[in-house]
Design a protein. Structure first.
Length: 117
């Protein structure tokens, strides 16, 4: 890119005309450091937030899995028949509120269908 001879390019009144390319070059030279720094900082923040979110989701899934196992154990211990469809429905549930309700119902239910009513 040819350099600008600012002395010969001066307009009346001492103003130097600047083109869009000049602005792009200047921005590239002077702002690239800050853009790069912002990218690095943004990436670090995004990774940290992603880790926290991932840990929370993993913990919720683990609790749900444990709750589902508890429901199935209570029903089996009580001698209540569990169809494969019902076992899948219980095992695949991730709604902790619903699982808590099912655990409470499993203690007194006479059939697995009573959990879902």
């Amino acid at each position: 890119m040819p350099s600008i001879d600012h002395e010969s390019a001066r307009a009346p009144g001492g103003v130097v005309p600047v083109t869009t390319r000049d602005y792009e070059r200047i921005a590239g030279e002077y702002l690239s450091h800050w853009v790069d720094k912002g990218r690095v900082e943004g990436l670090a923040v995004g990774l940290a937030e992603g880790r926290v979110r991932g840990l929370a989701e993993g913990e919720t899934k683990g609790v749900a899995k444990g709750e589902a196992k508890a429901i199935l154990a209570v029903l089996r211990t009580r001698g209540i028949a569990i169809s494969s469809e019902s076992e899948d429905r219980i095992s695949q549930c991730t709604d902790l509120g619903l699982l808590d309700l099912w655990i409470r119902k499993a203690v007194t239910a006479t059939s697995v269908d009573e959990l879902f009513d």
